[in-house]
Design a protein around this ligand. Structure first.
Ligand code: GLU
Length: 301
């Protein structure tokens, strides 16, 4: 099965930028005959009760449809564990005891990219590891065998980015985002990943991890973000940005799809209107500047 997907974090209502990315992911999938799947990325502890249901209702309200089931990452911990266990058994990982601060302060190798893991715990002896385990629980990192990797992106062409010893499991036992994304995309037959271009620089390390697991990396399309009038990434503080807020100031789902369509240089009031004319080559490559109307009183409790 070939599929595309939208993978929100259920940490609050989607804003018009998230909705626009979802519309694009749906258009890319449906226009290429793919299934469209939704995955709730709820591993990072920012989940709000009821948020996933409201996000799904909003996606349906703007005319998107998707295949079942909706995957929820917190229900898949056993799957991530099995994958990590196989990497550990292959000697493809190491235990890391560094704090974020130790990583920032460690001297880096001469050509290492900024922020890259400096390799501190790569070659610890058994004895050193035993000592450190007494102090704090280990994270598990991939033992990367390259420092860069190239992915193919429909909008960015061949994109080469940094790869380091990516964290697979955090010290507290939580599967890391980069691991979960790669495992889940593969398990669901997702071979097309459309998402905001804030994640472009993560794609090479995720695609590299995919190859280490024997998976074929997906085709990517990292789409421009939505910014406010100050050129800063749109957020809920900017005014009426969620479907409910916008409805409260007189812009119902049709009008919101209309605004999204216009931002994509298309026209229509439902996602289905956009499908026959969707052409990735004609998409704007620059961010969409959205100036939200002031929020009304229609806030959700
Ligand atoms: N859950 C991520 C987010 O909401 C998206 C991850 C992805 O699309 O790979 O930003």
């Amino acid at each position: 099965m070939n599929a595309g997907r939208f993978a929100p974090s259920p940490s609050g209502d989607l804003h018009i930028g998230n909705l626009r990315t979802a519309v694009l992911a749906w258009l890319f999938a449906r226009s290429t005959g793919r299934d469209f799947l939704i995955r709730m990325e709820d591993l990072d502890g920012r989940t709000r009760p009821g948020s996933a249901e409201r996000q799904l209702a909003d996606l349906a309200a703007i005319g998107l449809d998707w295949e079942q089931p909706v995957v929820v990452q917190s229900g898949r911990r056993d799957v991530y564990r099995t994958v990590v266990d196989s990497l550990v058994a292959d000697g493809a990982t190491f235990e890391c005891f560094c704090t974020r601060r130790e990583i920032q302060e460690a001297p880096t190798a001469p050509h290492a990219p900024p922020g890259a893991y400096p390799g501190t715990c790569r070659e610890l002896t058994t004895r050193q590891r035993e000592e450190r385990r007494e102090q704090r629980p280990a994270a598990i990192r991939l033992r990367a065998e390259t420092s860069e990797f190239t992915v193919h992106d429909v909008l960015h062409g061949d994109y080469t980015g940094d790869v380091d010893d990516v964290v697979l499991v955090r010290g507290d036992g939580t599967p890391a985002y980069n691991l979960a994304v790669v495992v889940d995309d593969h398990a669901a037959g997702i071979d097309q990943v459309v998402r905001g271009d804030d994640l472009l620089s993560s794609a090479p390390r995720q695609a590299y991890l995919a190859t280490r697991l024997g998976y074929t990396p997906p085709l990517y399309a990292h789409v421009p973000m939505v910014l406010n009038a100050d050129g800063v990434r749109l957020s809920k503080r900017d005014g009426a940005v969620t479907l409910e807020d916008l409805q409260g100031v007189g812009a119902g789902p049709d009008a919101v799809v209309g605004m999204i369509a216009e931002s994509l240089r298309m026209s229509g009031t439902t996602a289905a209107d956009l499908l026959p004319r969707f052409d990735p080559a004609a998409l704007p490559r620059e961010p969409w500047i959205f100036t939200p109307p002031p929020a009304g009183d229609a806030h959700r409790p």
